[in-house]
Design a protein around this ligand. Structure first.
Ligand SMILES: Nc1nc2c(ncn2[C@@H]2O[C@H](COP(=O)(O)OP(=O)(O)OP(=O)(O)O)[C@@H](O)[C@H]2O)c(=O)[nH]1
Ligand SMILES: [Mg+2]
Length: 200
């Protein structure tokens, strides 16, 4: 399945700037530089829809991408855990992320991204617990899979699965925006999430 249409609907730093809540939203969270914006570009088949950068801290606003004429939205959030940003700036971002996640009526799923090469960080674990606390099922995407040797994949996926305590029915999707690995699985999952809300 391919996404047909995608456009940047709104850029926000505070709730007054969010778009209406009439449409289901799926948000991507993860450490700075983990590949959130690249994943959105890969899903939408648009290389330059979301701005990406090898320098962490690229996305500093909440960006709402409207898919298929606003059938639903993908939401790109600023990354956490980028040490080179000032404490004050990090706090501002954390408040922005938490503000959106904790009080968004039409947010149907938070998808967490972690780097396939490394064990989840303390902040990844905190984010994962937060996601569970708010009663979202856990969907975790392990990014940059192309940077792993084949022989490392299983071991690294197990570490992520265990560290994030995902044995309660969580879904872990190995992914590469570069090679487009896992794209099909993720789009199918998104469609099934949407079906669930529209069937209510
Ligand atoms: N090899 C490889 N590189 C990737 C992949 N996904 C992202 N990258 C690279 O990782 C860097 C960061 O990607 P972004 O998509 O900007 O990351 P982000 O999570 O949006 O970062 P912030 O906006 O800073 O939070 C860029 O240089 C991307 O090209 C991938 O699947 N494989
Ligand atoms: Mg980004």
């Amino acid at each position: 399945m391919d996404f047909i249409e995608a456009e940047l609907l709104k850029t926000a730093v505070k709730p007054e700037q969010y778009p209406d809540t009439l449409v289901p939203e799926i948000a991507f969270v993860g450490r700075s530089n983990v590949g959130k914006s690249s994943l959105i570009n890969c899903l939408t088949n648009r290389a330059k829809l979301a701005r990406t950068s090898s320098t962490p801290g690229k996305t500093a606003t909440i960006n709402f991408y409207s898919i298929d004429n606003d059938r639903y939205r993908l939401v790109d959030l600023p990354g956490y855990g980028y040490a080179k940003v000032s404490k004050a700036e990090q706090e501002k971002w954390a408040n922005m992320i938490n503000g959106y996640l904790s009080d968004r009526y039409n947010l149907i799923q938070v998808i967490q991204l972690v780097d396939a090469r490394h064990a989840p960080t303390q902040q990844d674990i905190m984010m994962s617990e937060w996601i569970r606390h708010y009663n979202f099922s856990r969907i975790v995407v392990a990014t940059k899979l192309d940077k792993l040797k084949k022989s490392q994949i299983d071991k690294n996926m197990n570490v992520i699965y265990e560290k994030l305590g995902m044995d309660d029915g969580g879904i872990l999707i190995p992914f590469s925006a570069e090679k487009r690995t896992g794209r099909e699985d993720l789009t199918e999952l998104i469609e099934s999430l949407l079906k669930r809300v529209t069937a209510d």
